[in-house]
Write a protein that binds this ligand. Structure first.
Ligand code: V47
Length: 359
């Protein structure tokens, strides 16, 4: 059995660890020792800098043909609270975001049963018409699969059309957990993990970057988390197209998925981020998504290998419908304060991780 000390030596020498070693790290009782190893890996890659961005989320609809059991956001068309934004609604949100200094609009929505493909092209064009400088990070791999069917086009051609209309990159959602036994229980109607990965491979081949998430703290075992990260690492070896790894802590309220214990613990959150940083040696960035973690754990995560806090967000719905007790937005000053009080240097980035301003 490999010891923590042997793994730490390997990691410090810049060597890749395997899945059995990742499991040892997950089981290592000394959280601070694990955190410091992850922090050392991060310091080597990113020094003292911590990224954030100024962005705005637009969830254009919560109407979805899928019924993912972990999701408290979706509605059927006839349900109370079901909504679909008009393109004017989208435009006014993008205008407001621009006035507030946003550089990114993050667009994710349900799989609506009867919108035409043109709606999605117009949605992108609408945001770009507010300002061509706004980067539109839109549509998970799950939405891309759905849009391709809708358009009757291949994935590559669908991406081509969306790119022409203004798509700048893809968010990392929809990955959930790849292991089929767990995925079948969580979200039986959703594309498989293999399909998610193959769409991301096409995305990267098309020249677009994307993010990668992992939903944890539900029915999965630690081995499933490692299996998920293994598949991300393998794809990243082939394409280099992932910008960041984002573990998403499951929020347990108001969904069909009932789990004991009421969500993840702070220790599990920090452990997962730290192992992600160490195991995913081909990822430059690891994000603590403060919406799901809460601002305080996200801040502490900066000492556990994390170098990115996401953004100002504004009007977050997916986590909050599921009981996230973080605010729905954070100001630039609020983020600067978290980073500075952690003794680190805040760096505002754009969506493609180019530095805009070092504070
Ligand atoms: O795919 C849904 C997750 C994702 C819950 O790429 C839940 O920068 C926790 O992917 N508890 C969508 N998570 C959000 C997402 C995202 C968010 C922020 C930044 C980026 C990025 C991507 O949210 C879904 C699903 O995995 N989700 N329900 C829940 N109850």
């Amino acid at each position: 059995m490999t010891t923590f000390a042997a793994i730490a030596e390997k990691v410090q020498a810049g060597q890749r660890i395997d899945e059995a070693e990742a499991l040892v790290l997950f089981r290592h009782e000394d959280l601070l020792e694990l955190g410091e190893l992850a922090a050392a890996v991060n310091r080597r890659k990113n020094g003292n800098k911590v990224f954030f961005n100024v962005n705005r989320h637009i969830n254009h609809t919560n109407i979805c043909v899928n019924r993912c059991r972990f999701c408290a956001f979706f509605r059927a068309k006839e349900d109370e609270g079901a909504y679909l934004m008009s393109l004017d609604d989208v435009r006014s949100r993008a205008e407001e975001a621009l006035q507030q200094g946003a550089t990114e609009i993050h667009v994710v929505g349900g799989l609506h049963p009867d919108l035409p493909f043109e709606f999605y092209l117009e949605l992108l064009q609408t945001i770009k018409s507010v300002s061509p400088t706004l980067h539109v990070k839109a549509f998970t791999a799950v939405e891309i699969a759905y849009l391709a069917k809708l358009a009757g086009l291949s994935i590559a051609d669908t991406l081509g059309r969306l790119k022409e209309a203004g798509l700048g990159s893809l968010p990392g959602g929809g990955a959930e957990i790849f292991a089929p036994e767990v995925r079948d229980q969580l979200c039986p109607e959703k594309i498989s993990g293999k399909q998610w990965l193959s769409i991301m491979e096409e995305v990267h081949k098309s020249g677009l970057k994307s993010n990668a998430t992992m939903l944890y703290g539900h029915l999965e075992r630690i081995e499933d988390r490692i299996d998920h990260m293994r598949q991300l690492r393998e794809l990243q070896d082939r394409t280099g197209g992932f910008q960041v790894f984002i573990p998403l802590a499951f929020q347990p309220e108001h969904s069909q998925l009932k789990i004991a214990g009421g969500g993840t613990t702070g220790v599990d959150d920090l452990r997962t981020l730290a192992v992600g940083r160490i195991y995913l040696d081909n990822f430059a960035n690891v994000k603590a998504y403060w919406v799901m973690l809460g601002a305080k754990i996200a801040q502490v995560a900066l000492s556990f290998g994390v170098n990115d806090l996401d953004g100002t967000v504004v009007e977050e719905r997916i986590g909050h419908e599921a009981g996230a007790d973080s605010p729905q937005a954070m100001s630039r000053d609020g983020i600067l304060n978290l980073i500075r009080k952690a003794g680190r240097v805040p760096v505002e980035r754009d969506t493609l991780y180019r530095e805009l301003k070092v504070y």
